[in-house]
Design a protein around this ligand. Sequence first.
Ligand code: SF4
Length: 388
Amino acid sequence: SALVSAVGSGVKTVAGVMDATRAGKGCGSCKTLVAQIVEWAAGGEAEQDPAANWYVPGVPMDKAELMAAIRQQGLRSVSAVFDALAGGREDAKSKMGLVSLLRMMWGDEYVDERDARFINDRVHANIQKDGTFSVVPQMKGGCTTPEQLRRIADVADKYAVPLVKLTGGQRIDLLGIRKEDLPKVWADLDMPSGYAYGKSFRTVKTCVGSDYCRFGVGDSTALGIAIESRFQGLESPAKLKLAVTGCPRNCAEAYVKDLGVVAVEGGRWEIYIGGAAGAHVRKGDLLATVDSPDEVVTLAGRFLQYYRENANWLERTYAFVPRVGIDRIRAIILDDSDGIAAALDARMQASVDEYRDPWLEGGEPAAPGQFRTALPLIPLPLVPVRES
Ligand code: SF4
């Protein structure tokens, strides 16, 4: 009824109705339904939102036009983009998307303006309901050591961490860390960031694979570690969750990941793209079946770079892959139909070479107030001690 009233009051675009009612602004899974209701309520007079195809709402260009203009004019900062392409008008909603795009395009040459970043990206941690942060160290392939576990336990004791929890991505989450403690926690952990925040490559979930499992036909753990070592921390239009399983029993859920790899008989590997198991559930499309882990890494990198360069801001692979079409993606990635495969590989390599663990900033803050408390902490009910 709120949607229908909004349309009745004269708002005729889907984006306008969403802004007016907040519908579709949470997890976003009901956006299609909202669009259908607006369409129906407007009785065929729904209007196309002019910004629907823009990469970000504050710059009137689609992604390809925007990238061409940025490259042509050498725009290396968010404020330079607003000045040159948006008549000098800053738009807060556009900043995160522009930071991501500029970092992807320029790498080390990108000119950072800290205020352009969302809080999670400024402090490399995920803000929680009460204003504290969660800290998830990298744990490639879900593998850890007694020594790392001891250090994590010591940190949890030292900072009175209220909740230590295993994540769905096979890492350990320390919840309830105060902003000013982040650099000290990272230093004491002495482990790299697991990137459990921001729009970037997150993790590669793996099953135990052929080393230990009786059914395993491929070393999924080793391949998962290799993939994470190569693509760790990559900026992308939306978060990227990956997985590798050692056989089609799929214990690591590779069929429903942005990129999932499944070992099959004969030492071969299937690569699936565009899967999801969140608010939206989708089995990935088969991109290719290849003979070696090296080929998996090459094709994964080529697809991820194509996605980074062509997906809209916040467009997950489960929307991107069907939008472009798996046949078209196969042609580009496998057959090099557009003659861009080598360039995609080279640009991915450049991004890989520029990787730097963001938690190293703990020792040398990028800005004086980077880790100063800014938000009042909201007292939350104490976490109950859960008996095992
Ligand atoms: S997916 Fe296959 S190899 Fe991996 S743990 Fe499950 S049964 Fe074993």
